[in-house]
Design a protein around this ligand. Sequence first.
Ligand code: AMP
Length: 463
Amino acid sequence: MCGIFGAFNVDRAALHAYWGLYALQHRGQESAGICTTDGKEFFVVKKQGLVLEAIKREDLERLKGRAAVAHVRYSTAGDAGGANAQPILAETSKGTFALVHNGNLVNYKVLRKELTEEGVKFSYTSDSEVFVHLIDRSEGWVPEGMQLHPRDKDFLPYLFDALRTVEGAYSILLLLKDRLIAARDPHGFRPLQIGRSGESWFFASESVAFDIVGAEFKRELKPGEVVVVDGEGLRSYFPFRNSSARRAACIFEYIYFARPDSYIFGDWVYEVRKRLGRELAREVAGRFEVDAVVPVPDSGIVPAIGFSQESGVPLELGLIRNHYVGRSFIEPTQELRDLKVLMKLSPVKPVLRGKRIAIIDDSLVRGTTSRRIVKMLKRAGAEKVFVLIASPPVRYPCFYGIDIPTKEELIANRLDLEGIRDHIGADGLYYLSVEGMLRAVKGKREEYCTACFTGDYPTPAGG
Ligand code: AMP
């Protein structure tokens, strides 16, 4: 997972990008970077750490120009370190450009092997670099019958060619000296949105980034759309109109990943999460006798509101989150993960003592969080603790950019419902059904990627 941001025709573009990244920090905490151009030169800063740690005041002064692309990175295991930080600034046979990418390509390994055999040298281990080499080596391709604006003829054919070669999830931004280009894969796995303020254009993974720079949300790029902005305004192309790719918006963006104050895939994340909670309440009606519903902060809060409103069970904040726990505790060993849960959350005893509590969380992945919380609530005096999850069991790995552990680490693959309940020490456990989850989102079920829950992968290479 990653967050991307772009600004075009904006005074102090780097500063806007910095604010934008701040709003997107939840999408990646491993590294942050900004690349700008003043129309002649490019300037880039990218480092490990949170936005605040990675980009300093002096950096912002060096990042000159009125156009920028920026990135926060969330790496998958084994891929940590700042080496793969973006933007990637590339000098190619088609000119210099900076690239940022959110998503995961499923045919990356094949493409990398082919390109390496042709003599291409890769500088990074992330899949995003493939775009650069494909553009560099392309002889150009434009779909039959498509008319390009004269200003787009020098670059778009190479980009289109690269995009038709890659498969999987991409929301990308490319910064050239005189224009900014945005593209979203034909499945539309990851969000990518357009904002505007007067003559200034913005692009972001989530609309919350427009709020912070004072821009107005205009619309989301459509799946398969390529948008160019330059001094003449905005132009839109659909090079894959005849593609058979089905729409596959990532449902996990709604469940966990996106911020609740964002508007993505045509709906408010907040509203979807509340409906997930309502569906959960309908499904468990009559099963558990509870005195209060307690959300696991922060991700369980909105579904718990929906649950409480639907069921009439009072909502209590029986768990308080400490917002000052440092990232140094976010370590990939089990022991440290356990410690992190204890440091992050603490029980509110008067709410819990002698009560039958239903805790609500957005998802259950390894089972670590729930197990710790159940123990904590019981120690704080709760009489019974039921765990209700506002999404179905996570059973399958994600090939499209969400960091979901291997099949072996997913508790729902190792144990049945009773086994998981036992493992987490709860008096009852319930997961929202796939049907219930799909009722909570707008549109048709075929328009979403639910692979992590159902194993129904929208691309052939991801099975
Ligand atoms: P676990 O403790 O492994 O069962 O993880 C479940 C918790 O992690 C839930 O509270 C989620 O809010 C959160 N979560 C779910 N998916 C992810 C993810 N891909 N990366 C980080 N945290 C996640």
